[in-house]
Design a protein around this ligand. Structure first.
Ligand SMILES: Nc1ncnc2c1ncn2[C@@H]1O[C@H](COP(=O)(O)OP(=O)(O)O)[C@@H](O)[C@H]1O
Ligand SMILES: [Mg+2]
Length: 266
């Protein structure tokens, strides 16, 4: 028996859009410091799952527990305030703003806080942004330049640096390298490995099995709106994961203690 509690524990999470069963009865957990991957075909329910646990949408039913406390996020801001940072599949960055403005979007540092008349502390935001980017190893020549002129990789690194800088409990990345080239992907993977060393729990959605096997401790397989099983990375292989994703392998034929997450309440 281990006494370690999961950072995140999800029970019976369900979301239906009319007749579309995007996610049914999903059970999931993430342990302290653990990096987990979510894999599955298009339409398997991966992004829905992320939207539910980050407050973008509300589930029809099910429980989300963060550090053993039942939570219910009413907005992404709500989730962020409780320490969950997310980089969504569609990047939520403002092209016309510079790096510090993007990093502090929605949580600007002020010199004088008078609501709409607040005075922003640009110097503090610039310095803090430089610090946050340097911990991720990202180099931006000119911090006052807008994101418009930057490559996809640089933008993604800004988004991940922002998430890493603010995340207190958990980072979620939805397909962070899907649009990136080889060198840019390598850079993002280095950032993720750095987060592992820092002990920050992370969930990554990825179609890239090489990347998944390189980065995470545990793999969760989604299929047709259900989480069908989870496997410790060191106890599985890419062929088995592909078989589970496509349905060629029935999870019922795998060792049961490895595959099923019991529905628990916190
Ligand atoms: N807002 C929505 N309205 C209706 N159907 C949706 C909505 N979002 C997702 N779906 C459907 O739910 C299923 C799961 O989608 P999604 O979570 O985006 O899958 P994935 O990220 O694994 O590709 C798909 O059939 C998709 O068409
Ligand atoms: Mg998706």
């Amino acid at each position: 028996m281990t006494t370690t509690q999961p950072v995140l524990h999800i029970s019976s999470l369900t979301k239906h859009y009319g007749g579309v069963k995007a996610l049914t009865d999903a059970n999931f957990r993430l342990m302290p410091g653990e990096h987990a991957a979510i894999v599955g075909d298009n339409g398997a329910g991966k992004s829905t799952f992320v939207r539910l646990i980050t407050g973008v949408e509300q589930p029809n039913s099910g429980d989300i527990c963060l550090n053993n406390q039942k939570v219910s996020f009413h907005s992404p801001l709500d989730a962020r305030e409780q320490g969950i940072e997310t980089v969504y599949q569609t990047l939520a960055l403002a092209e016309d703003l510079d790096v510090p403005a993007n990093i502090f979007l929605g949580r600007e540092i002020t010199r004088l806080n008078l609501g709409p008349l607040s005075i922003l502390n640009h110097k503090a935001m610039r310095e803090k942004s430089t610090e946050m980017l340097s911990t991720t190893g990202v180099k931006i020549q000119d911090m006052s330049e807008s994101l418009r002129g930057m490559s996809g990789g640089q933008r993604q690194c800004v988004a991940i640096a922002r998430a890493a800088g603010f995340a207190k409990k958990l980072i979620i990345l939805d397909e962070p390298t899907a649009a990136l080239g080889v060198a840019e992907t390598a850079r993002v993977e280095l950032i993720i490995k750095g987060l592992k060393q820092q002990g920050i729990p992370l969930i990554i959605i990825s179609h890239n099995l090489r990347q998944v096997f390189d980065l995470v401790d545990r793999i969760w397989v989604f299929r047709q709106g259900r989480i069908i099983c989870n496997r410790l990375t060191r106890q599985t292989n890419p062929e088995e994961i592909v078989g589970l994703i496509t349905g060629a392998i029935d999870p019922a034929n795998l060792s049961p203690e490895e595959t099923k997450e019991e529905a628990l309440t916190c």
